[in-house]
Design a protein around this ligand. Sequence first.
Ligand code: SAJ
Length: 415
Amino acid sequence: MMNKVCVVGLGYIGLPTASLLATKGFEVCGVDVDAQLVGTIHRGEIPLVEPELDVLVRSAVLSGQLRVSREPAPADVFVIAVPTPIAAGEKPDISHVEAAVRAIAAHLVPGNLVILESTSPVGTTERIIAELRRLRPELGVAPHDGEACVEEPIYVAHCPERVLPGQILRELIDNDRIVGGLDPASTAKARAFYERFVAGRILSTDARTAEMCKLTENAYRDVAIAFANELSMVCDRLEIDVWELIELANHHPRVHVLQPGPGVGGHCIAVDPWFLIDSAPAETRLLRCAREVNRTKPRYVVSKVKEKARGLRHPVIACLGLAYKADVDDLRESPSCEIVRHLADEGVGEVLAVEPHIGALPAELAALGVRLVELPGALERAEIVVALVKHRAFLDLRPETFRERIVIDACGILR
Ligand code: SAJ
């Protein structure tokens, strides 16, 4: 009765999902190819900062409901939550999904449900089916071809994860979920699974629409952020305070402009639009343009700093925030890191980085002479302060603190 779950990939989505399922009474096998990661989780520790996740993982492991391994094990439900990055030329790389499918194939038995949670280009779930048919031709794999089948088939569905880093556990339970099976039987089976631990609504569709829906959500956000980022540059030119402008415009009942920032980071919003662009290159001019605006925003911030630094002899530049967004420790694809790297690499000045969520700088930044310092020390020494991430730890800063300094506020910290 779908009590045994094998979660393949123990990253930002797989680990919280596996732990949550374990604490909801499922017998969970969490799988990852990274031996070090498996060891860390086995000790009840976590490799990332996410509210309440440490407690959840520890209790899941200690209760014995979550077992971690490098190899999949037989289960009723297989959840694939592996990375789907972009490779050179902005081409989707689904090799981790393919490897996960190969890894679980030998363990499948009739009646199993395979769920792809990784954000994927349209058509990926169909490719999983084709691969399973090739690897296990003796099994019936949904959708059924209509022939009488004595045994149950393998059910396959795409149920994209949609949780926001920083609020993963709450959103795993409360968000509405989209369930797109390769046939109605697969959809129904996946629905029944999610209904056991999701409080949000479960919305049924087909696999292709589910794939496209996830891409649409992130592409929509990319376009909306690009709009805000473009406004910030127009405002610089026209000498208007963009933060005040947006606040005023958002009083209109049908306007909701997002916030400009140093660029768009993370592994999702900056990546997923490319899956759509790759599938329909001629039809995605807007998406490409939004990507361009967001991708070049860090360079724009760097050029603003350079302009200010030009008048100083030995500029000391304090950069507040390295994470890809507020209140997370995640530096992956962080526009702030990109800005700090350029400032140091181009010798614009002595660069001090303040990032309360990390204990050591990435080697690449340290090698360029960037120093990780505490906020008070940075503010004392800096002639230029570049506010990059609106961390809670910075919100108490008052404009008076900066009276003698040149301030470039890329994230609206002073508002
Ligand atoms: N950002 C802005 N201005 C804003 C909002 C965000 O510049 O007004 C920047 C952030 O600083 C960050 C980037 O955009 O650099 C992305 O941050 P985010 O909080 O918008 O999104 P992610 O990447 O952390 O998570 C997104 C979420 N998608 C949507 O909100 C549509 C999340 O729900 C997805 O599950 C996740 O991608 C994913 O895994 O795909």
